[in-house]
Design a binder for this molecule. Structure first.
Ligand code: SF4
Length: 288
């Protein structure tokens, strides 16, 4: 029997990533003589980073002391200090922070200014979270990051004493993580202000993938293992059905048996996975 292959509607680039990639390319096209670089990798995808490099757009591992031309701030955003440093080193800043990430930063500032003890639900080392925290730190000493209860427990007494707790969320977090943290905070706070700042693109992608997982024997998640939204997607689906997370179609070889015995296969992809990788995955499975 031929296999039934379903591609998720919300697979691949989200609007924030699409905007970042298209804008950087346009910037180079309109300024061919100027140095255009990105602080960090624009997105979690080696193919796209290589394509940008070939166009003359370098990804900077760190900010040089002296720079010239345009330095792009990627969709994860940066701290106010980094913005200042970019300008000080001689670059013109081009800010491509995703508007949804900006909203989290603004909400975090607002809650910090209003005197809430701020809990940022997210991965402490993720660049987006580092920038959100740095923005809130300017207005309060009571800002912490946690993506599980164990990370909150050392602050329990402080949180209880403070009574007013504010919560914002990394845009690509799982709703289950937010729920777990709210359940922990509710009994120890007098006033709990929750801003569910998981972005719409992430919510829709996760919701659709959950539905697909319920009706398919196997779900394939394509995208970088460094990408937060892609790894969360795979984590969510693993609890529902057999799931494999691959960076590209080349990894499918390892799963030949599994793919052969699965009749209904769904494919989804993270927000930084280019269309050609998704197409190659579909082609390879169809030919198996
Ligand atoms: S995942 Fe959401 S917040 Fe992140 S770039 Fe895409 S749209 Fe923006």
């Amino acid at each position: 029997m031929p296999k039934e292959i379903t591609l998720a509607k919300f697979a691949g680039f989200c609007y924030g990533v699409k905007r970042a990639v298209e804008t950087v390319k346009k910037l180079k096209k309109e300024n061919p003589e100027r140095n255009i670089c990105v602080l960090g990798e624009l997105i979690h995808n080696t193919q796209v980073i290589e394509e940008l490099r070939e166009l003359g757009i370098e990804s900077l591992k760190e900010l040089p002391q002296k720079g010239n031309g345009i330095c792009v701030v990627r969709s994860h955003g940066e701290s106010p200090e980094v913005f200042e440093q970019i300008e000080k080193s001689g670059f013109e800043v081009y800010d491509l922070t995703c508007p949804d990430v900006k909203k989290v930063q603004q909400k975090a500032i607002e809650l910090a200014k209003d005197g809430y003890y701020l809990v940022i639900v997210g991965k402490a080392k993720h660049p987006e979270v580092i920038a959100i925290k740095a923005n809130a730190d300017k207005y309060s000493d009571n800002v912490i990051v946690a993506d599980c209860i164990e990370q909150l427990q050392p602050y329990e007494q402080e949180l209880k004493e403070h009574k007013r707790i504010g919560v914002v969320v990394q845009t690509t977090q799982m709703i289950s993580t937010l729920n777990e943290i709210i359940t922990y905070l509710t009994p120890i706070s007098k006033e709990l202000h929750i801003a569910n700042t998981i972005c719409q693109s992430t919510s829709m992608r996760q919701k659709e993938a959950r539905e697909l997982a319920k009706t398919n024997d196997l779900v394939i998640v394509a995208g970088s293992k460094k990408s937060a939204n892609t790894t969360h997607l795979a984590e969510i689906l693993t609890d529902i059905t057999t799931t494999i997370h691959i960076e590209s179609e080349q990894e499918l070889d390892k799963y030949t048996d599994l793919i052969e015995k699965s009749q209904k296969i769904a494919i989804t992809a993270g927000a930084s996975t280019p269309q050609n990788i998704i197409e190659n995955v579909i082609k390879t499975i169809s030919n198996m």
